[in-house]
Design a protein around this ligand. Structure first.
Ligand code: ADP
Length: 246
């Protein structure tokens, strides 16, 4: 797995005395793709909120890389470190074309007003073309993003996030609402990202989780109930009782 990129140690988050995260410990390796599953209320969203600085833990530590303590940073500072987050619903600029969405994402990732106003150079254009091919939208670049299917919008947003070259990308149920074919294509896309990107994917679609074939973390009542391959966690009777068997 290589070096650890993200490390949560004994993280607890309480809401009015209720522990949404209860001494959660988790390590994600650099270049690893991890799926996180678990019943509603298990703490998956709260975990993402803690990593991205939206929620501060009561106790525990979230470490990024060798020494950065994420628990001291706010959301903007965490985003500036290169930690991207994709929420469940697609967020694209519906009135812009597919190409313009990617152009804007690339320019804003570079941050200055000058880059926002400048024309794209050849390298940038090539980057966008490569991204269009990767996300399967090469034939749609002049289309308005609002006219895309739900799955295509999700791929476009993932492409926009990837153009910022994130160190870590967190995705919340990326295939929810997709057709079976779109889900399969998304698995293919994610497999292409594996190794070169660090991804944490919260997902309920077990077929998709199986297709990805990576390490699975099962959350329950705010801590890790089981971890390993999907086959391994599926053999765990407690996992079956609280999640898979329902
Ligand atoms: P999941 O994403 O796995 O469904 P969540 O992280 O959303 O789980 O929620 C974990 C638990 O914490 C749930 O019981 C939820 O009701 C509770 N919770 C989450 N956010 C808040 C909040 N802001 N205030 C009160 N309770 C919350």
């Amino acid at each position: 797995m290589g070096d650890t990129l993200l490390y949560l140690e004994d993280v607890t988050v309480s809401f009015d005395g209720f522990k949404a995260l209860n001494a959660l410990s988790l390590a994600i390796g650099k270049g690893e793709m991890r799926t996180v599953i678990g019943p509603n209320g298990a703490g998956k969203t709260t975990m993402m909120d803690v990593i991205t600085g939206k929620t501060r833990p009561d106790t525990g530590r979230v470490q990024f890389g060798d020494r950065i303590d994420l628990t001291r940073l706010d959301e903007a500072a965490v985003a500036n470190l290169g930690i991207g987050r994709k929420f469940q619903k697609p967020t694209v600029f519906e009135n812009l074309t597919v190409f313009e969405n990617l152009e804007l994402a690339l320019k804003t990732s570079r941050g200055t007003f000058a880059t926002l106003m400048a024309r794209l150079d050849g390298t940038a254009l090539r980057k966008i073309d490569e991204m269009l091919a990767l996300i399967g939208l090469g034939g749609h670049k002049a289309r308005s993003a609002g006219a895309l299917s739900h799955g295509q919008k999700q791929w476009l947003e993932i492409g926009m996030l990837l153009l910022a070259e994130p160190q870590l990308l967190l995705l919340d149920e990326p295939v929810a609402g997709m057709t079976d074919i779109e889900t399969e294509q998304t698995a293919k896309l994610f497999k292409e990202l594996a190794g070169s990107h660090t991804l944490v994917v919260v997902e309920h679609d077990m077929q998709f989780v199986r297709e990805l074939g990576v390490r699975v973390t099962v959350l329950h009542e705010g801590s890790v109930l089981a971890e390993g391959s999907l086959d391994h966690v599926q053999k765990n009777q407690r996992v079956v009782d609280v999640y898979l068997g329902r």
